[in-house]
Design a protein around this ligand. Structure first.
Ligand code: GLU
Length: 509
């Protein structure tokens, strides 16, 4: 029987969710859904020193916004609960002890001072590595160097210790990555990582392997930054569970800075003026706030779409993909090996496209909140929808709906009188006076009729309609933007149109 596909996203709750993290979720999710499998979210919170209050809750909110719902998690429950590693603490020790018993790990009693001294010594000797590894371990205070009785005595006394993996010298550690193909690691470059800490908590390395095993994970996809840890994980799999049980690995390419120079960081976003986190995040300790894609006005459909193409395409020219389409088309083998440069302009293009593609009912509520936050109360839902449809072609981010559409609800806050004045003259003034009179008598307030009357008056006065339409637009909306000027007049109604023209004429006196 073929084992069921089971994948996991294993975030550590240490802060905001980087877009690379969401892309990892997305690739996991797509793979699971494509193969009728399960998508699990496991919270890896064993490093208490990096734990950040609220980060776990925030991660789930981000996934919810993206529509990437886990099948099993802290929130969704599941057969393999608990899904928070700190609540699984008791499960890990036995595996650490088993490794020690079988000679693949050892107790290390070194204090912080011992470790500092070790690094000083290595530095002084000009060693290129300052790590606790096969070259130095026989000079340290551990069960490999001590006699069994000495070790037992230290343990009996309750001396604090950690368990470290024992990496053999001159070993080749091979594995096959679904994206990178066959890879070999040289054990001489791998240090004796801590597996179980003095406080009894496992480190990430032990916990990730034990939990992937206990939770029957079939495929493990994670960012390329974890590749250097892979040899430790592979050895743990080999020693604890046998390599046959190990999930298939895929290390996803990095998301790079726009210039391609290194991994995209939150700091790059701050520097270049774009978000890097999925949603707004506030650090509870420093109170520093960071903007998210959601809050600056991205649609989740666009966010997913712009992320999936960072490192993947289906081999065609297609750029716009819905989540359902992605589930059908996604394949991990088509993920690229090389890093993908992040381009914020392109990201915005995706949002613009999705604003057009979706019916406004998909984002109307969010746009309404934006209008109301600026003091514009929406009382007529039908009118609001009409406005959104009229201006959506001009919108890239959701707040653009306000900029492009606020004048449908209130007179412009200011009018660019200087622009009109530059080419203003008495015949134009008279034209608008006549236009007001004509519009007052108009029975059919339709944009085609309004345009017709406008052009007739212009013709009678021997003026070019093109030279009058600009001023009319500025009078109605404040500047040179917005959809068709007669459509605007038709929408805001007779009284409001005439008021705005009259108001502008008085400013032009
Ligand atoms: N807890 C790790 C992280 O924070 C997970 C890495 C993995 O997926 O193995 O990204």
């Amino acid at each position: 029987m073929v084992n069921k596909v089971r994948v996991r996203f294993a975030p550590s709750p240490t802060g905001g969710l980087h877009l690379g993290g969401v892309r990892t979720v997305l690739f996991n999710y797509l793979f699971a859904k494509k193969h009728g499998g399960d998508f699990i979210v496991r919270v890896e919170d064993t490093d208490q020193s990096r734990f950040v209050e609220g980060a776990e809750d925030y991660i789930f909110k981000c996934l919810h916004w993206c529509g990437l719902t886990p099948d099993e998690s802290v929130l969704h429950g599941g057969e393999y609960a608990p899904y928070r590693q700190s609540e699984r603490k008791e499960m890990y020790r036995q595996y650490g002890e088993q490794l020690v018993k079988e000679g693949h790990a050892y107790y290390a009693f070194d204090t912080t001072d011992d470790l500092d001294a070790m690094r000083e010594k290595l530095k002084a000797s000009g060693s290129s590595s300052l790590q606790y590894d096969q070259n130095i371990r026989m000079q340290m205070n551990n069960s490999l160097r001590l006699l069994p009785d000495e070790t037992q005595a230290l343990l009996a006394k309750g001396t604090p210790y950690v368990i470290r993996i024992k990496i053999n010298a001159n070993e080749v550690i091979p594995f096959t990555d679904m994206i990178r193909g066959d890879i070999e690691f040289d054990s001489n470059n791998v240090d004796d990582k801590v597996l179980l800490k003095a406080d009894g908590m496992p480190t990430y390395h032990l916990a990730v392997v034990v939990d992937d095993y206990l939770m029957k994970i079939s495929h493990a996809f994670r960012g390329e930054e974890w590749l250097p840890s892979a040899p430790v994980h592979i050895l743990l799999w080999k020693h604890l569970f046998g390599l046959h049980a190990m999930p298939q690995w895929a290390h996803l390419p990095l998301i790079l800075k726009p210039d391609g120079n290194g991994k995209l960081s939150k700091r790059d976003g701050d520097r270049l003026g774009f978000p890097v986190y999925a949603m707004d995040w506030q650090d509870p300790a420093t109170k520093e706030s960071t903007k998210g894609f959601k809050e600056i006005g991205f649609l989740p459909e666009a966010f997913i779409n712009l992320l999936v193409v960072l490192g993947w395409n289906d081999g065609t020219e297609q750029e716009i993909f819905s989540l359902d389409e992605l589930i059908e088309k996604f394949s991990i083998e088509k993920v690229h090996k090389g890093g993908a440069k992040f381009d914020f302009e392109k990201a915005k293009w995706y949002n613009h496209e999705w604003i057009q593609k979706l019916d406004v009912s998909n984002y109307e509520d969010r746009v309404k909140v934006i209008f109301e936050s600026k003091g514009v109360l929406i009382t007529d839902a039908v009118y609001f929808t009409k406005v959104l449809n009229l201006v959506k072609g001009r919108c890239t981010l959701l707040p653009d709906f306000y900029t492009q559409g606020c004048f449908f609800f209130q007179p412009p806050a200011s009018i660019d009188v200087a622009d009109i004045k530059a080419k203003w003259n008495e015949p134009k003034n008279l034209f608008f006076v006549e236009l007001i009179r004509t519009y007052q008598l108009t029975n059919s307030w339709e944009h085609t009729e309004l345009e017709k009357e406008f052009k007739e008056i212009a013709a009678v006065n021997q003026l070019k309609p093109g030279e009058l339409m600009g001023p009319l637009r500025i009078m109605l909306v404040g500047g040179k933007f917005g959809p068709g000027v007669f459509e605007i007049a038709a929408m805001i109604g007779k009284e409001e149109t005439i008021n705005r023209i009259e108001n502008a004429l008085s400013l032009l006196q």
